[in-house]
Ligand binder design. Sequence first.
Ligand SMILES: C[S@@+](CC[C@H](N)C(=O)[O-])C[C@H]1O[C@@H](n2cnc3c(N)ncnc32)[C@H](O)[C@@H]1O
Length: 419
Amino acid sequence: MPITLEQFHALRADAGRELLARVAAEPPGEALPLLERYRRAYPAGLVAAALELTRLRRKAAAKFSNAGAMWFTRDGLEMASSEAVAAHVARRFAGLPLVLDLCCGIGGDLLALAAVARRAVAVEQDALALELARANLEAIPHPHPPLPGGEGAATFIHADVTAFIPDGLALMPFCGLLADGGMFIDPSRRAARAAARRPEAYAPPLSWCLALTRYCPRVAITVSPALDFAEIDAEVEVISLHGECKEAVLWLGDFHAVARRATVLPAGAALTDVGPSSDALGEIGAYLYEPDAAVIRAGLLRRLAGELGLRRIDPDIAYLTGEAPVTSPFVTGFQVREIIPWSLKRLNAGLAARRIGRVEIKKRGFPLTPEALRPKLKLTGAAAATLICTRARGTAVVLIADRLSRDGETISTPERQKQ
Ligand SMILES: C[S@@+](CC[C@H](N)C(=O)[O-])C[C@H]1O[C@@H](n2cnc3c(N)ncnc32)[C@H](O)[C@@H]1O
């Protein structure tokens, strides 16, 4: 059951806090027996809310290091930016006299923004989300890792931003600081999720967000990494966390520094479109490299090839290759042991000759899925390997390879065999 504003207030009162502490100490499991047990001492609605919040706090540990002290609704948690991404994005607001978080939700981004800007103002139309953001900032004024610059406090405004801007904004006492400040907006993308390329279905629509540069010289907008960036006049930063594309940020006005940027977290490394680029295409060499998802999505594959001195294996496939081991936060590397033109018989013979019994399977531009290929493999020995099923200059091939560690050492693959 979704948590209501009344339940939130009840959970913050003494009895609610006591109940939350007791529920949090219970091992995760079936909710019903706990509901039955605690409703003897507490109102049923309060127990249901405490169980829901506890469940959400446990889930939120994947996004927030202090999740156990935070307040969530299911939707609010789902839409919240994770701490690592929010901290990275907030850095560009560091030291500004004012930051406006125009759709603050439960405050995932706000926690980081308020920690770096000298003054933070949060606007949200959902009254419960706004109260949760306020409670979250009270609970975590300084996120982890600590960010320098801000007070960890904010002014909260309950409003529809499309009505608040420009007239309401112009009446605010902090309005004079906007010329040196920044605006951040993370519009709701839920309605647009099925069609990530429909930014006008965002709430507020992307065109409205883009027009915020009329009121502030620095604007950042969070968008889907699947958006078509071709027509957008902004710096596009695509951000990945642990290899997964999390979001893209459009940086406008004074924030607009380069055309494209791929940021890889938690390493914190960034590749931009400025620098050497290479279109080279050639044979698969001794090493194969899988670029980070953010690099591919930001359209920086050629830039990465130029940066690392690598070549592509096929004009349509996002793998790079070279003769030497390369260490870079932007790639996962593999040492190629054998290249087999695609034939199940030849692949099984190669696996048997190397006594390979465990494999992880990677696929890019190959006719079979890993799920379809795996049952056809004859895996007998004790050794492990990575199979990279792909296409090189139009021909399907399977590479038998070993994963490289981040420092360029060859490591065996068994831990990742289920991929
Ligand atoms: C993606 S969520 C923001 C998540 C937030 N950045 C975080 O990290 O927790 C988008 C939020 O925009 C709010 N929203 C959508 N349209 C709005 C509007 N016109 N005015 C104010 N808030 C709005 C939604 O209620 C939702 O909470």
